[in-house]
Every structure is written in structure tokens, then in C-alpha cells.
Design a binder for this molecule. Structure first.
Ligand SMILES: [Mn+2]
Length: 326
């Protein structure tokens, strides 16, 4: 328990809902907005634990995040330790180009450590920082996984973009409707521990070290857990849109224009509303003002590079990655 941990005694409440975020300094402000929206929709009868996994997070960012604590929502920090698994991940990321720069790439893998590092929990939620809650996350936690290991939503970008669809089906050998997005995950940690999830992932990273995938962390998750995933209701991982129904629970600003940089993004009003009172509002405004044409071009180039990579890799006759059940 660090000095940043706080909140009421969890034993007085019947249900503790652990929610994990994985960030570095550049994403602290977006995570703060998501956490604020989570707290705004929290059920006063429940107790929540937001656990932030990080490697590089300044003291000032930790203080500002920690100050958001409420009577039934604790904020805790977990600094990633350098171990054998991390070593494999860092080495892997160092030689790849992809979804971000080197450090933010390693951050994508932290979620895979949750089962192993948090043995006190049998069930947990992971959510991306580019999200906004419109409903009580406790309801997501209550979903019964049955005999499945995780619950996640089939990836809409894959269904929508033909290159990604071909990539998933041909290069990974997964029917596109079964390929899920790793931005919102309900995890059965007991079952993931039994599967030795993190070792399976790092084993594959070692074996396929010479292949540069489109979304390696998410691809490996899908390969390892294929057939073990309960498909999550779409309301828990919705793309930004104009007409939201009463059932909308979570907006995910996935792989597209981010509301913190652009004006013409659906649901950006919800984002800025949730940004108020986080202690990061000024930072977010300044970030938006500073966002330049060059930044825009860089972002577009990154997406173009992903598409190009997907196109190249889907030319294969048989899947380039194969997961062997042990
Ligand atoms: Mn995301």
C-alpha cells in the first residue's frame, strides 16, 4: 500500500470493483477524464478501486490523479517492476514500429500482467484511457462470464476496414467477427492465472520476434484466448456517435480523431464535460491549442503505416502466427 492509496475500508462494502488503467505521463490527462466519468456514474452503494499501472508517471501527475479520490472510489498506483517478462516485452518493442512510440508500446502489455500481479482479485476490469463512462462500471463487473475467460467486444474497426479484416482472417487465422478489441476487458483472473497468460504471451513474442504485427498485444490476446471469449454487449465499447441511446454505457475514442485534439468529433462534448474538475482541464486545453498540422500529418502517417503493414501481411497463404495450445 503506497501513500497514494486511499479510500474507505473496502470490507464495509459488499462489492469491490477493481478497475485497471495502464498509462505513462502523456496519457495521464486522458485517463483522468475517463476516471472522472467513471466516478460520476459510480453506484454509491458500491466500492471501487481504480488501479493505475505505470512505469513513468511524474509525482505531480500522481498527485493530481490521487486528488480525484471520492468516498467510495480509491485510487492506487502500481509501478511496473523490471522482471523477465518485462525484459522480453521491452526487447520486443525496441525492434518494432507500430501503435505508438517505444514507451507507449510497452504500456500496451501491462494489462497482461494483471492476473499475475494482483492475486488478491479473482475478477477485474481493464479499460483504455481513451474512454468515457456513461453508466456504472459495476454493471460490467457483474456480467457472468460462464465458462469463458474474458469478455470483450468484437473490434468494429476490423469489421469496418477491409484491410484489417483481411489481416485478421489471413495473417492471424481468426474469423473477423471473433476478433475482439482489447480496450475494454472483463477478466476472470483465476482462469487467466491457470492459463499462465503472461508466459504464453511472452513465449509467442519470443517465437515470432521477427514478425512485426499490426497490433501485437491485441493480436496475441486474441490468439491465446480464441474460443474462450464471451462477446461483450456493444454498449460497453461504443464508437463516438451522434445519437446515443439510453443504453449507452461507454464511449471508446478508438483509432480515429481524438476529442482532445479535434473539434469535429462526436461525443467531444461529453469528453470536455468529464474533463472539468479533473485538475487537468488547463493541460487538455493547452494540448488542443498546441496540436499542429504537423502533428495531424504524423498521426495520419501512423495510421497509413498500420494499413500498409496490414495489407502486406494479409498477402500470406497461411496464418503467419500460430498459437499452440499447451
Ligand atoms: Mn483505445
Amino acid at each position: 500500500m503506497s501513500i497514494f492509496s486511499t479510500g474507505v475500508n473496502p470490507f464495509r462494502k459488499t462489492k469491490v470493483v477493481p478497475v485497471f488503467y495502464t498509462i505513462s505521463d502523456d496519457y495521464a490527462k486522458y485517463a483522468a477524464v475517463s476516471i472522472n466519468s467513471l466516478m460520476k456514474h459510480a453506484d454509491p452503494r458500491r466500492y471501487y478501486r481504480v488501479i493505475i499501472m505505470y512505469d513513468k508517471l511524474s509525482l505531480s501527475n500522481r498527485w493530481r490523479l490521487r486528488n480525484m479520490v471520492t468516498h467510495n472510489c480509491a485510487i492506487e498506483f502500481h509501478k511496473m517492476k523490471f522482471n523477465l517478462y518485462m525484459q522480453i516485452i521491452m526487447r520486443y518493442c525496441a525492434t518494432k514500429t507500430g501503435r505508438g512510440d517505444f514507451y507507449s508500446m510497452a504500456v500496451y502489455y501491462y494489462r497482461a500482467f494483471i492476473p499475475r500481479l494482483f492475486s488478491q482479485y479473482d475478477k477485474a476490469i481493464y479499460i483504455d484511457s481513451d474512454t468515457i463512462l456513461l453508466g456504472d462500471i459495476g454493471e460490467l463487473y457483474d456480467i457472468d462470464l460462464g465458462d469463458k475467460v474474458i469478455s470483450a467486444m468484437p473490434d468494429l474497426k476490423v469489421a469496418e476496414i477491409k484491410i484489417f479484416k483481411d489481416y485478421v482472417e489471413k495473417a492471424l487465422g481468426i474469423p473477423y467477427k471473433e476478433y475482439v478489441n482489447s480496450g475494454v476487458i472483463l477478466m476472470d483472473l483465476k482462469k487467466l492465472r491457470k492459463l499462465h497468460y503472461i508466459s504464453r504471451m511472452t513465449d509467442m513474442m519470443k517465437e515470432y520476434d521477427d514478425v512485426s504485427l499490426v497490433a501485437p498485444d491485441q493480436d496475441y490476446m486474441n490468439l491465446i484466448l480464441q474460443g474462450k471469449i464471451k462477446f461483450l454487449d456493444k454498449n460497453w465499447n461504443l464508437p463516438p456517435q451522434k445519437d446515443l441511446t439510453i443504453d449507452a454505457k461507454l464511449i471508446h475514442f478508438n483509432l480515429g480523431k481524438k476529442p482532445w485534439f479535434y473539434d469535429d468529433v462526436d461525443c467531444s462534448d461529453l469528453f470536455w464535460k468529464a474533463a472539468r474538475g479533473t485538475g487537468f482541464y488547463g493541460d487538455l486545453m493547452r494540448g488542443k491549442e498546441k496540436y499542429s498540422i504537423d502533428d495531424m500529418k504524423l498521426e495520419e502517417a501512423k495510421i497509413a503505416a498500420l494499413l500498409k503493414k496490414g495489407e502486406e501481411l494479409s498477402k500470406t497463404k497461411k496464418p503467419i502466427i500460430e498459437f499452440k495450445e499447451k
